[in-house]
Design a protein around this ligand. Structure first.
Ligand code: ZN
Length: 229
């Protein structure tokens, strides 16, 4: 049986467990379990006799069952909102890692079994921060050019009461991590708002005039951000 997975030559069955077998120019047999579904993979050195490999697998069956139990999804009820779209969070057990599966709209977060809630929250926040950071890195330079401003420093922070803040004297802007949940036009509105404070620190008529000039639909973006649209 030929499997579509790259490099995979066949699928074996061991006591009801499908095993994806790949032959490679390796020195030893390697057997491992991939989270989150607990898929089993085996790498065989070329020329290993099938009978020998199957006997070897049979001996490793108890180990394999234990590994499968360990690396399979433990819970997956959480939803993450990222730039206005819902992603399913799939928690797995294993070595710490983050993987975005675009096609499945799933975020796979893996931590050792003993990880506590604080460590889970930190890994999720880190994943959100990386996404928001990537967006801002793209958005910021063209807006700085358009507005004729330049920040000395910008950061993403967990902010409870505001979407962003600006210190015009230090030319420093901070943006809320919570922005990552909202559609990109809302993120852009907050970024432009904070950058414009470098030209006008207060929310006066001049400030609003600048917003009207550079981002004519800013009121709609602001209303959407505040859940009024
Ligand atoms: Zn402001």
């Amino acid at each position: 049986m030929i499997c579509k997975q790259k490099n995979c030559i066949e699928v074996w069955q061991l006591d009801g467990i499908p095993i994806k077998v790949t032959r490679r120019p390796a020195k030893r047999l390697r057997l491992w379990v991939v989270p989150p579904q607990g898929e089993v993979r085996l790498t065989l050195p070329h020329h290993t006799p099938v009978k020998m490999a199957q006997d070897w697998l049979q001996q490793h069956l108890p180990w394999l069952r234990a590994q499968q139990a360990k690396h399979t999804v433990v819970r997956s009820a959480d939803t993450l909102h990222l730039f206005g779209e819902a992603w399913q969070i799939v928690w797995c057990e294993g070595r710490k890692s983050t993987r975005w599966d675009e096609a499945a709209r799933c975020l796979f977060l893996t931590l050792p079994a003993q990880a506590d809630e604080a460590q889970r929250a930190a890994l999720l926040a880190q994943a959100q921060k990386e996404q928001l950071h990537a967006v801002l890195v793209e958005m910021l330079p063209p807006w700085q050019v358009r507005l004729g401003v330049a920040v000395n420093e910008w950061r993403i922070r967990s902010m409870r009461t505001r979407w962003g803040s600006c210190n015009p004297r230090a030319k420093r802007i901070w943006l809320s991590l919570a922005l990552s949940a909202h559609p990109l036009p809302c993120v852009e509105y907050v970024l432009v708002h904070e950058l414009l404070h470098l030209l006008e620190p207060s929310h006066n008529a001049r400030f609003k005039g600048l917003l009207d000039e550079y981002l004519p639909d800013w009121r709609a973006r602001q209303a959407k951000l505040h859940g009024k649209l």
